[in-house]
Design a protein around this ligand. Structure first.
Ligand code: FAD
Length: 547
């Protein structure tokens, strides 16, 4: 009798990142086995913004619209308002159009500087069941809820997990070729590998009150907004109907274990309302990044690899980028077309982004604190109207980059990756685009997300990319793709030619040919096919012999 073939990939953790990793592997045709210790998806609202970049990636998985169906309606704005409190005054409102209006504006511009997908207001409580339904329906994913990972061992051929069924208490061992640890901030996988974290622990003292209420006269008194900010904390409208979350701030060091939710809520609102508390607990944000994202056959992704203050919404969104990155690379290696640098490129690409996003989440929080501290300085009861106006001007001037940072969300680059750096050195002749946190650059750049444009038929280039393998774009029938296609065929590299008719796209990409990876990042661009670039993009060392 032959031994059963181990699944290619094991996944620890069935949060948004673990489930996305499993779905992305399946899209590439790779089997995975996922273990989630809880019997079902989260009750904690946590994430409340899925940014446009994550939506672009979910669209690739066929999930973007399914997720929007459970999110805040597509025609609701994403405004952020600073208030004295909900019974007092709105001081300043940062206005952000609804997804419907944003989508129309993106299409009208079609200049390569727009996202394909707008951001989406949605809580983690409602996003996870949609992902879980997709996971359970996928024949390439074997998923176990209520099973905790308790041990990790690896050898030259694979990884052995020790898992415990929390219902029956049975412990068993499971073997796979690779493991992705998506098991959150307290990651058992990270601890088992003894991987440290760098950064700041416990950077503030928060208390979450998640509640249901019909008191629209208070909660929507200033109209619809996504966030209502005040020095008391952030009030999040989760569905613009009856579900809200208050994240109250408390002084550092104060014991919040016995905080009474209702009085805290009333104090923040400035009035009492009828409310049903759904979940309430203290929590502590961290600013941490794992020292390593890979050890041998094991990889860390999502909160297992980085933990942020939620300001800016980088936690899950960065994790979705991790999941998509590692999934296509594991697929390439399992399918035999990924070279020796393929898996090492995961940490080289994603850890720098983890560090950058951690630092931005701290900077954005700094702006909120700066504004909150200004309340005490500016507002005075003797001259309340004038001091309110002054404070409003101060807030407007401080700005709200945290919700305007398309450069951070879309234009991150993989310059140091072994899949990118040699190509940049040899084939990129243009200067690198500016690093502006608020804009997507006008030009393409190897290692950065490929520009999104619609072609002459009105179809998004991203929708025409192959779902498995690499895509070679040819603009307006120019450039000869044959040398790269033939080389790919010789080496069993899944490379798909896609013809794009669009002067605008040709101009933004800047070349006749462009090689695009499964994660929509640009692997190479040029006017004449370069076989060497194809091999480097597949993870081979420059000049190395390929099989
Ligand atoms: C208040 C708040 C607001 C936030 N807002 C945003 C936002 O707007 N946008 C954003 O992008 N992010 C936001 N975040 C961060 C976001 O919630 C996390 O980054 C996200 O949950 C990370 O997903 P994950 O799958 O990596 O980890 P998790 O969601 O933590 O999932 C890990 C999973 O692994 C499971 N697990 C743990 N240990 C084991 C084990 N030993 N065996 C098996 N399973 C295990 C857990 O049960 C869990 O289901 C926010 C967080 C908070 C707290």
């Amino acid at each position: 009798m032959t031994a059963p073939v181990p699944p290619p990939v094991l996944i620890a953790g069935g949060g948004p990142v673990g489930m996305t990793c499993a779905l992305a592997l399946a899209q590439h045709g790779v089997r995975s086995v996922l273990f989630e210790r809880n019997p079902d998806t989260t009750r904690h609202p946590k994430m409340d913004i899925t940014n446009g970049r994550s939506q672009e990636l979910f669209r690739r998985l066929g999930l973007a619209e399914k997720l929007r169906d459970v999110a805040v309606p597509r025609d609701h704005v994403l405004d952020v308002a600073w208030v004295t409190n909900m019974a007092g005054y709105e001081l300043h409102r940062f206005r952000y159009p609804s997804p419907d209006d944003q989508r129309a504006a993106f299409a009208a511009a079609n200049d390569g500087r727009q996202p394909l997908e707008p951001a989406m207001r949605v809580s983690q409580v409602v996003i996870e069941p949609v992902l879980k339904t997709a996971v359970l329906a996928n024949p390439l994913i074997e998923a176990h809820w209520g099973v905790a990972v308790e041990g990790v061992a690896q050898d030259a051929d694979g990884v052995t997990l020790t898992v415990r069924d929390r219902g029956s208490d049975q412990v068993r061992q499971v073997r796979g070729r690779y493991l992705v640890g998506c098991d959150g901030g307290s990651s058992a996988v990270r601890r088992a590998l003894d991987i440290g974290v760098e950064g700041k622990h416990a950077v503030s003292n928060r208390f979450m009150i998640h509640f249901r209420s019909q008191a629209r006269n208070v909660l929507q008194r200033f109209g619809i907004a996504w966030h209502y900010q005040s020095p008391m904390g952030t009030l999040i409208a989760q569905d613009d109907d009856e579900i809200y979350t208050l994240h109250a701030r408390f002084p550092e060091g104060m014991d919040t274990s016995n905080v009474d939710p209702l009085p805290t809520l009333f104090a923040a609102l400035g009035t009492e309302i009828e409310a049903e508390i759904l979940v309430a607990n203290p929590w502590t944000p961290h600013l941490l990044v794992a020292d390593r994202y890979q050890q041998g056959r094991v990889f860390l992704a999502g909160d297992a690899a980085h933990q942020y203050i939620p300001t800016g919404g980088y936690g899950m969104n960065t994790g979705i980028g991790d999941a998509i990155d590692i999934a296509w690379k594991l697929a390439a290696v399992c399918q035999g077309w990924g070279g020796s640098q393929m898996l090492a490129s995961y940490e080289a690409e994603r850890r720098p982004i983890g560090l950058i996003n951690r630092d931005w989440s701290e900077r954005h929080t700094g702006v909120r604190i700066y504004i909150a501290e200004a309340y005490a300085k500016w507002l005075n009861t003797e001259n309340y109207d004038a001091s309110r106006a002054n404070l409003a001007a101060f807030i407007a001037n401080a700005g709200n980059l945290e919700n305007e940072a398309s450069g951070i969300e879309f234009a991150y680059r993989y310059d140091a990756s072994p899949l990118v750096a040699p190509i940049l050195g040899q084939f990129e002749t243009a200067p690198p685009p500016p690093n502006d946190p608020a804009t997507i650059p006008t030009t393409a750049w190897t290692g950065m997300r490929a520009p999104h444009l619609f072609d002459n038929t009105g179809t998004a280039i991203f929708d025409r990319l192959a779902t498995n393998g690499l895509t070679l774009l040819r603009f307006n029938g120019q450039g000869d793709p044959a040398p790269m296609l033939e080389e790919a065929a010789r080496h069993n590299i899944p490379l798909h030619l896609v013809e794009i008719a669009s002067d605008q796209a040709r101009q933004v990409y800047g070349t006749d040919l462009a090689l695009v990876r499964p994660d929509q990042h640009l692997a190479w661009r040029g006017n004449a096919a370069k076989i060497e670039a194809l091999h480097i993009a597949c993870g081979h060392l420059p000049g190395a012999p390929t099989l």
